[in-house]
Design a protein around this ligand. Structure first.
Ligand SMILES: NC(=O)c1ccc[n+]([C@@H]2O[C@H](COP(=O)([O-])OP(=O)(O)OC[C@H]3O[C@@H](n4cnc5c(N)ncnc54)[C@H](O)[C@@H]3O)[C@@H](O)[C@H]2O)c1
Length: 327
């Protein structure tokens, strides 16, 4: 099978592409490298450097090889940033991806796997969150994900496409070769690892007065290799005629920010400086998945359940690549 992976030079995309190549699928990547890295692309994959806003690059992406399935991971995805730039987020996460759907139609490609997020849910809904739990994004980022999900459902109803939407919870860890390296990192685990290494100052803990056992926000961490594996299964599922579906990907358990800090201290054997800070706009107190549907529909069996094991892989990767990606 030939895959077009949009955003394949990013954190999750690099691991997805790594797994595709390892299982002898061919991967064309379209990535503008706005937050991704040339060095994050597996040597056997083919990178087209360009964005969804560039019609010539989009055409090249669909004509270099006959594409069987599109994996769409490209997005702007910083919750706090989205609060101040809702219009920019809508352009990046809804309007540009519509051009991807147009290109799929033009080139006769029907199957798409879309990276959605736990941010679509109503944070006031009872936990754990099922796919049928109420949706009500707490921030513009989540609103853009929900809007594009809806567009996929509409086009599926018209018979134009078939889709699997994967609602990731907090993706963590690394594969042997590919890991997380964002300029201006906002994700908790890499920030804590940096702080453990003395590469940055104290990590702010945003919100210590949430209605949670220790007052800090609770999230569900899922390993990036397990997330990548779900994409391969979703592609096979669609190719075998499976019905379009929306599925959570999480580990079905929550960890508070302070629990993650302690886990990073255990794994690294180092102290991690933190500083208690006010809540951040758009951050819900608790998000925990129920991923039973992904297990049932895709036969997905995550290998990593324990937070410490996930953090170990991020720590390992960071020790192998202390400076992250060069390019
Ligand atoms: N990391 C998480 O925990 C998490 C959780 C839920 C959902 N998601 C979603 O998963 C996807 C991947 O997340 P990530 O953490 O790997 O992010 P990332 O920023 O590392 O990767 C996104 C990639 O898309 C590329 N890109 C962005 N806009 C583009 C455009 N217009 N055209 C071409 N390429 C473009 C970037 O250069 C980057 O390589 C995103 O859609 C994100 O919203 C991530």
């Amino acid at each position: 099978m030939n895959f077009l992976v949009v955003g394949g030079a990013g954190y999750i995309g690099s691991v997805v592409v790594g797994e595709l190549v390892r299982s002898r699928r061919s991967a064309i990547i379209l990535d503008d490298l706005s937050t991704g890295h040339r060095d994050a692309v597996a040597p056997l994959a083919y990178l087209i450097e360009g964005g969804l806003n560039d019609p010539a690059k989009l055409r090249e992406a669909f004509t270099t090889k006959e594409i069987d399935c599109v994996i769409h991971l490209a997005a702007r995805s910083i919750v706090a940033e989205s609060v101040g730039d809702a219009a920019g987020y809508r352009t990046a996460n809804v309007e540009l991806p519509i051009r991807l759907l147009e290109a799929m139609r033009e080139h006769g490609v029907r199957d798409i796997i879309f990276s959605s997020s736990a941010a679509v849910y109503d944070a006031g809904a009872p936990m754990p969150l099922h796919e049928r739990s109420a949706v009500k994004p707490s921030n513009p980022y989540g609103a853009t994900k929900l809007e594009f999900e809806q567009i996929l459902r509409e086009r599926t109803a018209l018979g134009e496409i078939r889709h699997v939407t994967l609602r990731y919870f907090n993706v963590a860890g690394a594969s042997i070769d590919w890991g997380e390296d964002h300029r201006g990192e906002t994700h908790l685990i890499p920030l804590l690892i940096d702080a453990a290494l003395g590469a940055r100052g104290p990590v702010p803990i945003y919100g210590t007065d949430y209605p949670t056992p220790d007052g800090t926000a609770v999230r569900d961490y899922v390993h990036v290799v397990d997330v990548a594996e779900a994409h391969l299964r979703a592609a096979r599922y669609l190719a075998e005629g499976g019905e379009s579906a929306t599925l959570n990907l999480g580990s079905d358990r929550g960890a508070s920010v302070r629990e993650v800090v302690r886990a990073v201290e255990r794994v690294t054997g180092r102290g991690v400086p933190t500083v208690d800070s006010p809540r951040r706009a758009g951050d819900p107190p608790v998000l925990i998945a129920s991923s039973g549907e992904a297990r049932r529909v895709l036969g997905w069996r995550p290998q990593f359940g324990e937070l410490d094991a996930m953090i170990e892989t991020a720590w390992e990767w960071r020790r192998r690549f202390p400076e992250g990606y060069k390019a």
